[in-house]
Design a protein around this ligand. Structure first.
Ligand code: MN
Length: 302
């Protein structure tokens, strides 16, 4: 079993914890880890506390002190990083088959590989957690769409990070849904407007520590109302996580708690025949093998 690092809310505030196999949550703020008590109050503190504290948290989860364990019904899981300190860093057009399906909607039959990662961002306020609702934004966009993506959470500050050191800077992995207003994405040239609608970045349901998963080659898929729409492997990325971190960090300092989402595979709604949009009542499940499933429903309004 992998370690599932969560941010939860229990009526007494948001804290970091470990989701146990039986659904209960180990409250890391309730346990004193060595001399580092108080450093694990939220996920960012846990990330910044370093590998020794993470190892201690994992050991405690194996034999949790009863007084620090909360029942499943007493907690609600939030996004593992509920409000990133900076924009969520994103890569567009990073799976060849997704590049091709996008080009086909523009009448381009022969796609060219991007020569460099296509970076853009989503505002940090877009982030929502598992089971939270995605607004349909009817009246603002006619083309709301899903994109399952592997998310890397940065653990160690760095600039000009070489590819062969890049994974040393990753704290862990989680799942993201890069919800997009396609018409806005195209209309405004720059993608920010179509990518930063309120509540358009579901993230979670937890973080798996970097060393516990080979995220460079794992299954990734998205279901809408139970129907598989996207099904691929992260090994099909054009620029893998190491190369994304190398290029993103060129002359730009990545910091602990930064979230980098790495592009979506083929099967998005707007490229289907006929095209499909997300609408009120849809259930979207984004899943990555070795991490878990991020579920969100689409609802009219907010
Ligand atoms: Mn995307």
């Amino acid at each position: 079993m992998t370690t599932k690092l969560v941010t939860f809310e229990d009526g007494k505030g948001q804290r970091a914890g470990v989701l146990l196999d039986d659904g209960r949550v180990l409250d890391l703020a309730a346990v004193a880890i060595g001399t580092l008590a108080g450093q694990t109050g939220d996920m960012l503190s846990l990330i910044e506390a370093g590998p020794a504290v993470l190892a201690a948290a994992r050991a405690l989860a194996a034999e949790p002190p009863p007084a620090a364990v909360l029942d499943a019904g007493a907690v609600r899981l939030l996004a593992p990083i509920p409000r990133p300190r900076r924009n969520v860093f994103c890569v567009g057009r990073n799976y060849m088959d997704h590049v091709a399906e996008g080009d086909r909607t523009r009448g381009i039959e022969k796609s060219e590989l991007p020569k460099y990662p296509q970076f853009f961002t989503k505002a940090p306020e877009c982030v929502i957690g598992p089971e939270e609702t995605i607004p349909d934004h009817a009246g603002v966009t006619q083309w709301l769409d899903y994109e399952v993506e592997l998310a890397a959470v940065i653990g160690r500050e760095g600039r000009d990070i070489p590819a062969d050191r890049a994974l040393d800077h990753v704290f862990g992995w989680t799942v993201a849904n890069d919800v997009t207003g396609r018409d806005l994405q195209r209309r405004h040239g720059q993608w920010f407007k179509g990518k930063s609608l309120d509540r358009s970045c579901p993230l979670g349901p937890w973080i798996v520590p970097a060393a516990e998963l080979d995220a460079l080659d794992t299954g990734i898929r998205c279901r809408v109302n139970g129907e598989i729409r996207q099904e691929s492997r992260t090994s099909k990325m054009i620029f893998d996580v190491r190369e994304i971190i190398r290029q993103l960090s060129m002359g730009f300092t990545l910091r602990p708690g930064d979230v980098v989402i790495t592009g979506t595979p083929e099967g998005v709604g707007y490229a289907m025949q006929p095209p499909q949009t997300l609408k009120d009542g849809d259930a979207v499940e984004c899943e990555i093998d070795g991490i878990g499933t991020l579920r969100n429903a689409v609802r009219a309004g907010l």
